[in-house]
Design a protein around this ligand. Structure first.
Ligand SMILES: Cc1cc2nc3c(=O)[nH]c(=O)nc-3n(C[C@H](O)[C@H](O)[C@H](O)COP(=O)(O)O)c2cc1C
Length: 242
């Protein structure tokens, strides 16, 4: 899918083409975003900025922004991806078509847990409404884009291996799993789900990278220290040794 098997995971308001370019010597894929695409998720993003002091991308035209950012990565030696939040399938279809044009991975965000987002049906709310999440996957996949779904472990009532299996049946190619403090969930998903599996959370050195890969992950991802060359060096060594 990509080499080296180290991905850069989204940090909203920070993960743009410049961020990806800076870390591209270490990584095989960069997920830009997350980007709110439609009215409900954009309203949520505005509240996150105003009330939680969060950084968010809020361009006037999110689709034009995607196109321009992906264009900037065209000549770079890294696979591009875009993490997006949407409630409306039409917005997702448009974003997936842009990704398909750029040979970029469209990543559906079923991960953001702030109530501003989940109360409007975006982010992690999708984990509790698998029919709606599968519809998003199917709509995106129908454009021909490679589709990733970013999910989080330790969410009450969510059986990630079972959900993952049904997302692959709906057209998902990649599962990007924030394991939180539950590393064994990666093995449980790898055993059951026939998808490319990216393990995330706390990957900081050779040991943490190898731990996830030994459990069956195909790749690992790094978010918070994605601007720290020392961490990226250590993780890359773990990936290359595995
Ligand atoms: C400030 C901040 C913003 C984030 N924004 C996003 C986002 O927009 N989309 C997403 O899927 N995950 C987002 N995440 C989650 C990270 O991509 C990642 O899953 C999490 O930080 C765990 O990985 P790490 O231990 O390598 O940081 C965000 C995390 C932080 C700390």
């Amino acid at each position: 899918m990509f080499e080296p098997r180290l991905a850069l995971a989204s940090l909203s308001g920070e993960s743009d083409a410049q961020w990806a370019t800076a870390a591209s010597p270490w990584a095989g894929l960069a997920f830009l975003g997350g980007l709110a695409l439609d009215d409900p998720t954009r309203a949520a993003a505005r509240e996150l900025v105003a009330e939680r002091d969060r950084k968010e991308f809020l361009p006037a035209d999110p689709f034009g922004f995607m196109d321009a950012q992906l264009g900037q990565l065209a000549d770079l030696n890294i696979e591009p991806g875009f993490n997006v939040r949407a409630v409306e399938p039409t917005a997702l279809r448009r974003a997936a078509a842009i990704c398909e044009e750029h040979d970029a991975v469209l990543e559906i965000n079923a991960h953001c847990r702030q109530p501003e987002m989940t109360d409007r049906g975006g982010g992690q709310a999708l984990l509790h409404e698998p029919e709606r999440l599968r519809e998003q996957v199917a709509v995106a996949s129908a454009t021909g884009a490679t589709v990733s779904v970013k999910v989080r472990a330790e969410v009450d009532g969510v059986d990630l291996p079972a959900l993952g299996e049904s997302l692959v049946a709906a057209g998902a190619d990649i599962l990007h799993v924030d394991a939180m403090d539950s590393e064994p969930v990666v093995g449980a998903i790898a055993d059951r789900v026939d998808a490319f599996l990216i393990a995330n959370n706390g990957v900081r050195d050779r040991e943490t990278a190898r731990n996830y890969l030994q459990r069956g992950a195909d790749a690992v991802s790094v978010a918070r220290p994605s601007d720290d060359p020392r961490v990226l060096d250590r993780v890359l060594r773990g990936v290359q040794e595995s």
